[in-house]
Design a binder for this molecule. Structure first.
Ligand SMILES: CC(C)(COP(=O)(O)OP(=O)(O)OC[C@H]1O[C@@H](n2cnc3c(N)ncnc32)[C@H](O)[C@@H]1OP(=O)(O)O)[C@@H](O)C(=O)NCCC(=O)NCCS
Length: 153
């Protein structure tokens, strides 16, 4: 899929782990997702090799990211994880662009469903993008979460 550029001049790119932008993605994850809840830097990387990685880039700087993990061999089941937008860039539509790009990409693969363990205070963001809450709330890393799901036909 071609990278897409929006009116903010933010480019959404799918990258491999060999791409120099991957190191920036990891640092963004540390800053936005891990440190605020006391998880050591570079935690949650155990799935990175088995995933597709998407970054939002403005002026050569990574300002957002999201990761889609293959949950089975054919990648019919997947999980969206590590959704993060740099603080000063939040509220500009970058998170929405990243998820839309990821879903468009997934719909061209064998992917049949995308799950999310969504933090409870972010479910409305994912609902706007077509995900549904399923099942009961649960605790993960001490934070209330919800299972969310999108099925792709
Ligand atoms: C959640 C997050 C990824 C959203 O990214 P963003 O770029 O700020 O969001 P966008 O500007 O694309 O917002 C798209 C829409 O979702 C809404 N939205 C964004 N964050 C929201 C939230 N936490 N709760 C409810 N709605 C939200 C926006 O208001 C916007 O709606 P609108 O079009 O009606 O104005 C970002 O705020 C972030 O990185 N948060 C910290 C990390 C985090 O919580 N990650 C998710 C872990 S499950």
């Amino acid at each position: 899929m071609n990278p897409c550029l929006n009116m903010n001049n933010v480019l959404i790119k799918r990258i491999t782990l060999e791409d120099p932008l991957y190191e920036e993605e990891r640092k963004l994850r540390n800053r936005i997702l891990l440190r605020p809840i006391g998880i050591p830097d570079y935690g949650w990387e155990q799935n990175d090799t088995n995933s597709w990685h998407f970054v939002a880039v403005e002026n050569d700087k990574v300002v957002g990211c999201v990761v889609l993990v293959r949950r089975d061999e054919k990648a019919s089941k997947t999980q969206l994880i590590q959704m993060a937008v740099e603080k000063d860039f939040q509220g500009r539509g970058i998170g929405r662009m990243l998820v839309k790009h990821l879903v468009e990409f997934a719909s061209k693969q064998e992917v049949q469903e995308i799950q999310i363990h969504a933090r409870d205070d972010v479910t409305a963001f994912y609902e706007q993008l077509g995900f549904e809450i399923v099942g009961e709330p649960f605790l993960e890393v001490g934070i209330k979460h919800r299972h969310m799901l999108m099925r792709l036909d």
